[in-house]
Ligand binder design. Structure first.
Ligand code: HEC
Length: 111
C-alpha cells in the first residue's frame, strides 16, 4: 500500500513537471498568458509550489516583503533566476518587458 502511494505521488509529480509547456509564448503574449503558461506551475500553489517554495500568487502575507522590494527588483531576480526559480521563469522566449509585465501581474494579484 505504501509503495502504491509513493508511485502515485511520484507520477503526479512527473506529470506536473512535464506539463509546463504546451503554449508558445510570442512577442504578443500577454502577462496573463505568460503567467499561466510558464509561472503558474510553481507560483499557483499546489505540489510543485510547495516543493520549490515559490511565493504563491494571491498569498498576500508572502508577497508583502516582495512588494516592498518593488517590481524592478523582483524583475531583475526573475530574469536572472534565484535559488529554485529558473532564469526567466523558464520562459526563454520572453523579453525583459514581458517578464516585468508578468511580475506586475503576479504582484497585482497578490495584494
Ligand atoms: C520551477 C519553479 C518556478 C517557475 C516555473 C517560476 N518560478 Fe518564480 N520563483 C520560484 C521560487 C522557488 C522562488 C523563490 C526563490 C527564493 O527566493 O528562494 C521564486 C520567486 C519569484 C519571484 C520573487 C523574486 C524575488 O525578488 O525574490 C518572482 C517575482 C517570480 N518568481 C516570478 C516568476 C515569473 C514571472 C515566472 C514565469 C515567467 C516564474 N517566476 C516562474 C519558482 C519558480
Amino acid at each position: 500500500m505504501k509503495k502504491l502511494k509513493l508511485a502515485l505521488i511520484s507520477s503526479m509529480f512527473m506529470g506536473l513537471v512535464g506539463c509546463s509547456g504546451g503554449v508558445d509564448i510570442t512577442a504578443s503574449s500577454t502577462a496573463e498568458e505568460i503567467y499561466n503558461a510558464s509561472c503558474a506551475s510553481c507560483h499557483g500553489g499546489g505540489l510543485k509550489g510547495w516543493m520549490t517554495g515559490a511565493p504563491e500568487v494571491g498569498d498576500v502575507e508572502t508577497w508583502k516583503p516582495l512588494q516592498a522590494k518593488g517590481v524592478e527588483a523582483m524583475t531583475l531576480f526573475s530574469i536572472k533566476g534565484v535559488n529554485k526559480m529558473p532564469a526567466r521563469g523558464g520562459c526563454k522566449t520572453c523579453t525583459d518587458e514581458q517578464i516585468k509585465a508578468t511580475v506586475e501581474y503576479m504582484a497585482e494579484n497578490s495584494k
